[in-house]
Every structure is written in structure tokens, then in C-alpha cells.
Design a protein around this ligand. Structure first.
Ligand SMILES: CC/C=C\C/C=C\C/C=C\CCCC(=O)SCCNC(=O)CCNC(=O)[C@H](O)C(C)(C)COP(=O)(O)OP(=O)(O)OC[C@H]1O[C@@H](n2cnc3c(N)ncnc32)[C@H](O)[C@@H]1OP(=O)(O)O
Ligand SMILES: Cc1cc2nc3c(=O)[nH]c(=O)nc-3n(C[C@H](O)[C@H](O)[C@H](O)COP(=O)(O)OP(=O)(O)OC[C@H]3O[C@@H](n4cnc5c(N)ncnc54)[C@H](O)[C@@H]3O)c2cc1C
Length: 642
């Protein structure tokens, strides 16, 4: 199963080998539990480990393999981030995709050797979503052949970029490029921020940390202002766009090609989310098979809480989602790598499809991951609320994904643009022009669903039902939009008035893609036992997801009440079937105790003794009487007693 999750036997084996090596290297372990550290201590601890990793990486992993590097980071540095998180996630991908060969030769080897630390600085205090209204300018000075970066007012300060505040000395900065008073829109520039020797900010640069956040606090998200700060013309990233010495602008082959670093993260973050969901579920499910509370049969001893159907219903559909996201994520990364290769050689024809797909997936996956992790926390009762579970930290980090890399509603609306265009093709009889991801929009469906009507139909009737509801909602939302325009409403106003319905269509389309990716994977599996276990999970997935969106299929009678009863019964049936495999389905992800950082989720199940040990190690317990008591509470009580 680990091979299915991680992509191959070899990958799963390598992960095990890497974890075993890390277990033998105490210098790479947390020196004390992270929840007992201050933010400053955590940042120091992370930098300490990161430095050792840089020295010893070659002994542990193949540093050229991104999957191995990702695993190493998760184990050693953890999900709260590290001083170079954005360096790998966005700075290097931005240079790789947008810098010319010559620029790459100059900067990439230095970045890969970690001679410099970089980030991606785009969002500003006043604007994040609406890139067209960013305010930072890069004005070309023909006389010196330099760009002059400037922050015209406080809202133009770069705000949020990870590791910008304190760690990075370089950044890819997105600024509006102005040449001879003409604004060419947002473009990426390579900018040195700090002196390489002293790490002091360079003159003309104002920079710092934006303060503590809900989670992800090892990352120093930062602010950045420029005061007429000059960089050479050749620091504009010039793989696709060029500015010649005389100010001549050569436009890129696709207007949004400079957005590729964002698409990169949107594609790669899906498996990251799946890992966070599976981690929280691993903790909750292991704990649920240790925790005994109450009886089902009063004549029997207390049961493990995992025996309760409500507990299974809370956890198991999310286990199925974690697998589904991992499989859909793997497909998306493959597609992204293909499109990136094409893009580098000038073929931009697949960019719109990839943008639409990743926009929808990013939104649905992060939202459902957040839901699943929060349910996992609640499933642990009181101990879930303790940082000893570590689930609240996983939650805080995961839901950051709903916001970063494009706020979820906004990204769903991006997919909706693509769906509406596809609907227009269907309506104008041009269904043959639909791309493979939306081809179902042009296919006439049966009048009613055949779920529970055809024996041995596998998952086909389920997929058809998901297709039906997605198609119906897409065409309905598109009709509403076109109808408003026909009535004379301006395009943008009409769009806004339909946007809730449009986003519903985007979610349904994306959920269909996730179901299909799961089905595709199960169909590929040869090992009979693995196929069986995953087929059970897929049964739970399709039935649970369909129940969740049943109103769409009920309102036009595509599903009947009796079919809904069948679907509900299937959910209960598969909860029971999955119960014996539940812990194994999560243990198959092979997270080590080092990586999970959870007292509740310990592999050995020795929860109570270790919770007590953990509590005793709280800094508050260093002394029996705190100074808050001697200074304030004791005098207050004494005064009250007089
Ligand atoms: C390995 C990774 C694992 C884990 C990650 C872990 C940690 C990482 C932590 C944090 C990283 C966070 C980093 C950041 O957040 S960086 C900042 C990200 N910011 C955003 O995402 C901003 C979101 N906004 C946008 O993307 C755009 O503004 C927009 C909403 C898409 C609108 O852009 P705009 O230029 O105004 O375009 P429109 O006029 O609306 O659209 C015109 C046209 O272009 C199409 N389009 C837009 N984007 C793309 C694209 N990327 N590729 C292809 N096409 C695109 C758009 O759909 C429209 O097409 P039409 O045909 O419909 O006209
Ligand atoms: C943990 C974290 C890490 C980050 N890292 C980076 C980084 O490394 N580099 C970087 O540059 N940025 C980074 N960001 C910033 C992030 O990319 C932005 O916060 C994000 O893109 C959302 O933009 P915003 O904050 O402007 O939200 P806003 O756009 O102000 O969103 C506020 C609300 O308005 C709604 N809204 C906005 N526009 C529309 C619209 N057109 N239609 C409908 N509704 C709309 C949104 O849906 C939302 O409900 C990070 C953010 C976080 C939380």
C-alpha cells in the first residue's frame, strides 16, 4: 500500500531508509517538543537542524530528488516551516521557469548550493488577489539601463512573503514594469535585499517580520519596501519576456506565463495537503483504537471509541479523501511537469487547462482537508484540544492553503471562467472542441441515474451521476450568466450575480475529477489485496461524496429517494468493512513518530504514560509556585481574606 501511496516500491523503500537514518541521528531530532518552545526558540532550532541537513544531506538522501528532499524536510524540519521553506517551494521554481538560460547559469547554482536564500515577494499590504492592482513599480531608466523599484505608499509594501522578514537575502519580486511611461503590468525581477556578508538590509530597503500567525510560525513571513532601489535591467526574469537596452519590450507567448510559480505550488501542494490530512487521521485513528470509553453492549467491557459508528463516520470518509487527494495530486504533478516542459519550448496551449484544473483542485482539496483535520481533532475528545495531539498545529498549517496561492473563492471563479467557456461551446453545438477534462459536458446523459439498477456496474454509474450533476450545474450557472447579459446586465455585474452558482459548478467539476482519479488508480492496481482494500475505500468515497451533494441530483429527479437510501446504506456498509483495516490504511503512509510529533498518535499506543510525561515537561511545571501567583494572585487572595 505504501508503494501505491508514494508512487512506487522504490519510493516507499527509500522513505523507510531515510526515516531509519534520521532515527539514528539525534542531532536532527527536536531538542524538546515544539509546543513548549517560543517562536524565537523554534526558529533557532529549525535553523540549527537546517544547517546540519545542508552539511549531511548527501549522506541521507539523493539531494537531486525532490521527493526525497520533501520527505527529509517533513521529518526533520516539520510542517511548521523552516527558514528556507519558500526557497525550495517558489524561489527556485520561479527562477527555473522564468529566468533565461544565462540568468539561470548565474543564479541557480548559487541558490541550489544555498549560498543565497530566496523567496517570492508578490502580495502587498493592500492587494494580494488582484495582481493587476499591485502598486510596487519597476520603472526603466534608459540612461543607466536599470529598473528603479519603488513603494509609493504604505499599501504597496510587500506583505506576507514567506522567509522574507529575516532569513532571505534575495527575492523574486513582482512589480509593475513601466517603460517610457507605459505600464506593461506585473513582472518578476531578481532582487538582492541584504548584504551577503553582514545580512544587513541594503540601502533603500525596508524589511521585517509581520508577526505571529495562526500557525506556520517558524516561517518569518515578511514586509518589504523599496525607496527608489536600483537593479540592473538584466534582473528582469527574461526567459519569456525581454526588455532590450533601448527599452524595447518583447512580449511573452502567453500573457499569464509569469504566473507559473503560482501554478507550480498549486499543483504540488495537493499531495502536501493529503499528507497533512493523513497525518491528523493517523493520530486520531490510532488514538481511537487505544481510547476506551463507554459500552455498546452493557454486558461487555468499555469499547475502543473506534467501534462507534459515529466515530467511523467522522474519520473514515476523510481517510478515503486523503487517498483520493494523493492520487489526484500525483496525476496533477505529472500534468504540470508536462505543461512546464512544453511551455519552456514555447508551446503554451495547455496552460489554460492546467490553470483551471489546479485552481479547482487547490480550492476543494484545501477546504476538505481542513474539514477532515478538524473532525480528527474533535474525534480525540479533550486530548485532541491539547497540543500534545499536535492536530491543531497541523490544522493551522493546512488551512493556510485555503488562502495562500490564491484565495479559494477566487480560484474557484477562475475555474468557472473555463467552465462557462466550455458551456458556451456545448450550447453552440461545438462540443467536439471541448478538452478532455470537460468532454462530459457535451455528452447526453440518461434521464435517471442507474445506481442500484444495474448489477455489477462497478463505479461507472457513480461517475455518470457525478458527471450529470456537474454538467447540470455548469449549464445552469452559465445559462443564468448569459441570461443576465441578454437582459442588458454588464458582463462583470452579471458574473458577480452568478458567482455563488458558478463556484458550485467549479466544486462539482473538481469533485468529479477527484472521483475519476481515484477510479483510474484503483483500475490500474494489479495486487489483489491492495485492490480490494482500496476498492472498499473507493466505495465509501463515491457513496459518501454523492450523499454530500445529493440535493443536486434530487432536484431534477436524477436520483430517487430509494436510490438515496441505497447510497446511505452503502456508506454504513463500508464503514463497517473498513473498520478492521482503518489503522493499517493510515499506518501505510509510514509516518514515523519523529515526523508526527504527536503524543496521542504514537505508533506504540502508549498514550497515557507519555501524556503525563509530556505535561510534566511543561515549563510551567519547573516550579510549584509561579511568580504570577506570588506577585498578583496570592496578594489578591490575602487581601480578600482580610
Ligand atoms: C511543494 C509545495 C507544497 C506545499 C506548499 C507549502 C508551503 C507554501 C507556503 C506558502 C506559499 C504561498 C505563496 C503565495 O501565496 S505567492 C502569492 C500567490 N498569489 C496568488 O495566488 C494571487 C491570486 N491571483 C491570481 O492568480 C490572479 O490575480 C488571478 C485571480 C488569476 C487574476 O489574474 P489577472 O491577471 O487579473 O487575470 P484575469 O484578467 O482575471 O484573467 C485573464 C485570463 O488569464 C487566465 N489566467 C489567469 N491566471 C492564469 C494562469 N496562471 N495560467 C493560465 N491562465 C491564467 C484567466 O483564467 C483568464 O482567462 P480567460 O480565458 O478566462 O480570459
Ligand atoms: C501562510 C501564508 C503564506 C503566504 N506566503 C506568501 C508568499 O510567500 N508570497 C506572497 O507573495 N504571498 C504570500 N501569501 C499571501 C497570499 O498569497 C494572499 O494572502 C492570497 O493570495 C489572498 O490574497 P489577499 O490576502 O489579498 O486576500 P483578499 O483578496 O483580500 O481576500 C479577502 C476576501 O475577498 C474575496 N475576494 C477577493 N477578490 C475577489 C474576487 N475577485 N471575487 C470574489 N471574491 C473576492 C476573497 O474570496 C476573500 O474572501 C501568503 C499568505 C499566507 C496566509
Amino acid at each position: 500500500m505504501a508503494a501505491q501511496i508514494w508512487g512506487s516500491e522504490k519510493r516507499a523503500r527509500r522513505r523507510r531508509e531515510i526515516s531509519a537514518k534520521i532515527a539514528q541521528m539525534p542531532e536532527l531530532h527536536d531538542s524538546k517538543p515544539l509546543p513548549f518552545m517560543t517562536r524565537e526558540e523554534k526558529i533557532m532550532e529549525s535553523a540549527r537542524k537546517l544547517t546540519i541537513l545542508t552539511e549531511k544531506m548527501g549522506q541521507i538522501i539523493d539531494p537531486t530528488d525532490p521527493a526525497e528532499l520533501y520527505h527529509l524536510n517533513n521529518e526533520v524540519l516539520g510542517l511548521e516551516g523552516n527558514p528556507m521553506a519558500l526557497h525550495g517551494v517558489m524561489f527556485i521554481p520561479a527562477l527555473s521557469a522564468q529566468a533565461s538560460d544565462e540568468q539561470q547559469a548565474k543564479w541557480l547554482p548559487r541558490a541550489l548550493r544555498r549560498e543565497i536564500i530566496g523567496t517570492y515577494a508578490q502580495t502587498e499590504l493592500g492587494h494580494g488577489t488582484n495582481l493587476q492592482n499591485l502598486e510596487t513599480t519597476a520603472t526603466y531608466d534608459l540612461a543607466t539601463q536599470e529598473f528603479v523599484l519603488h513603494t509609493p505608499q504604505i499599501t504597496a509594501l510587500k506583505w506576507w512573503p514567506g522567509n522574507l522578514g529575516k532569513s532571505s537575502n534575495y527575492a523574486v519580486v513582482v512589480a509593475h514594469m513601466i517603460i517610457k511611461a507605459k505600464n506593461y503590468g506585473p513582472h518578476p525581477f531578481m532582487v538582492q535585499l541584504r548584504d551577503e556578508k553582514t545580512h544587513e538590509p541594503l540601502p533603500g530597503i525596508t524589511i521585517g517580520d509581520i508577526g505571529p500567525k495562526m500557525a506556520y510560525n517558524i516561517v518569518d513571513n515578511g514586509f518589504l519596501g523599496f525607496n527608489k532601489y536600483r537593479i540592473p535591467r538584466t534582473n528582469l526574469l527574461m526567459r519569456h519576456t525581454k526588455v532590450e537596452a533601448d527599452g524595447t519590450y518583447i512580449k511573452p507567448p502567453h500573457a499569464k506565463i509569469n504566473y507559473s510559480a503560482m501554478v507550480h505550488v498549486r499543483a504540488y501542494m495537493l499531495t502536501g495537503q493529503a499528507i497533512m490530512l493523513a497525518s491528523a487521521l493517523n493520530i486520531a485513528t490510532r488514538y481511537s483504537s487505544v481510547r476506551r470509553q463507554g459500552q455498546i453492549d452493557k454486558s461487555q467491557p468499555e469499547v475502543k471509541v473506534l467501534e462507534y459508528q459515529t466515530q467511523q463516520h467522522r474519520l473514515f470518509p476523510s481517510i478515503a479523501r486523503a487517498y483520493a487527494f494523493q492520487f489526484a495530486g500525483a496525476e496533477t504533478v505529472k500534468l504540470y511537469e508536462h505543461v512546464l516542459k512544453e511551455m519552456k519550448s514555447g508551446n503554451v496551449s495547455l496552460m489554460a487547462d492546467l490553470h483551471a484544473l489546479t485552481s479547482g483542485l487547490k480550492s476543494v482539496v484545501t477546504y476538505q482537508t481542513g474539514e477532515g483535520i478538524e473532525q480528527a481533532r474533535m474525534a480525540c475528545g479533550g486530548h485532541g484540544y491539547s497540543m500534545a495531539s499536535y492536530i491543531s498545529e497541523i490544522y493551522g498549517v493546512a488551512i493556510g492553503g485555503c488562502t495562500y496561492e490564491g484565495e479559494n473563492m477566487v480560484m474557484l471563479l477562475q475555474l468557472a471562467r473555463y467552465l462557462v467557456k466550455s458551456a458556451a461551446l456545448v450550447k453552440s453545438g461545438q462540443s467536439s472542441k471541448l478538452g478532455p477534462l470537460v468532454a462530459y459536458l457535451g455528452v447526453k446523459s440518461e434521464p435517471t441515474s442507474l445506481i442500484d439498477r444495474i448489477p455489477n456496474s462497478g463505479f461507472t454509474e457513480y461517475v455518470k451521476t457525478f458527471q450529470h450533476v456537474s454538467k447540470r450545474q455548469t449549464l445552469k450557472a452559465a445559462d443564468m450568466f448569459f441570461g443576465l447579459m441578454e437582459k442588458g446586465e454588464k458582463r462583470e455585474i452579471a458574473w458577480n450575480k452568478c458567482s455563488v452558482e458558478l463556484n458550485r459548478a467549479s466544486r462539482l467539476h473538481t469533485r468529479l475529477f477527484i472521483v475519476e482519479a481515484f477510479v483510474r488508480r484503483v483500475n490500474e492496481i494489479a495486487d489483489i489485496r491492495i485492490k480490494e482494500a482500496l476498492t472498499d475505500l473507493l466505495h465509501l468515497h463515491v457513496n459518501y461524496e454523492l450523499l454530500d451533494i445529493a440535493s443536486y441530483a434530487l432536484e431534477d429527479g436524477f436520483l430517487s429517494a430509494s436510490q438515496l437510501d441505497y447510497i446511505r446504506d452503502q456508506v454504513y456498509l463500508y464503514l463497517g468493512k473498513i473498520r478492521p483495516n482503518a489503522v493499517s490504511l493510515l499506518d501505510s503512509w509510514e509516518f514515523s513518530d519523529i515526523e508526527l510529533r504527536s503524543v496521542l498518535g504514537r505508533r506504540d499506543g502508549n498514550v497515557y504514560e507519555n501524556l503525563f510525561k509530556w505535561a510534566k515537561s511543561s515549563p510551567l511545571n519547573k516550579t510549584d509556585v509561579l511568580s504570577s501567583v506570588t506577585q498578583y494572585l496570592k496578594p489578591m487572595m490575602e487581601k480578600a481574606r482580610l
